[in-house]
Design a protein around this ligand. Structure first.
Ligand code: MG
Length: 154
């Protein structure tokens, strides 16, 4: 078994969609990014690659590559998971955003991740927090995500 952790942050700007775990969340701002900017999926990809000592999302999907412009992060996660051939024991994540409140969207995000990863929702945890108005994320300028994954790569 192998454990891995991942982290990501994106600036929030107007005129972009807010994508979290493959779900579009109603919000006046969204992630600024080369891809669709799904901060949660990016953290999850880094946790999987980290568990296997296989680099990071930037080395697999370079932002300089036009192929990944507005890329659907769900496809990137699916591809990474497929290539590893590993099985997820469990995935624990935290999203940090000041607003909107994510509680009502959490079940949908878990469902979406469970479809992409082809594992039971009971193996996935999505938690949502604010930064209590501290720093750039706390003032609504950014969204962050953390992920920890346990893989069985036998
Ligand atoms: Mg990212």
């Amino acid at each position: 078994m192998r454990i891995g952790q991942g982290y990501d942050i994106h600036r929030l700007i107007t005129g972009r969609r807010l994508m979290l775990g493959g779900v579009e969340i109603p919000c006046e701002k969204g992630e600024e990014a080369h891809s669709d900017g799904d901060v949660l999926i990016h953290a999850i990809i880094d946790s999987i690659l980290g568990a296997l000592s296989k680099g990071d999302i930037g080395s697999h999907f370079p932002p300089s590559d036009e192929k990944y412009k507005n890329a659907d992060s769900r496809m990137l996660l699916y591809q990474v998971m497929n290539e590893t051939g590993a099985r997820i024991i469990n995935l624990d994540t935290t999203i940090i955003i000041e607003r909107p409140k994510l509680r009502e969207h959490v079940d949908k995000i878990v469902e979406s991740l469970s479809r992409i990863l082809d594992i039971e929702p009971s193996r996935i945890s999505v938690k949502a927090k604010t930064k209590e108005k501290c720093d750039a994320t706390g003032s609504g300028e950014a969204v962050e995500a953390y992920a920890i994954v346990l893989l069985d790569n036998n």
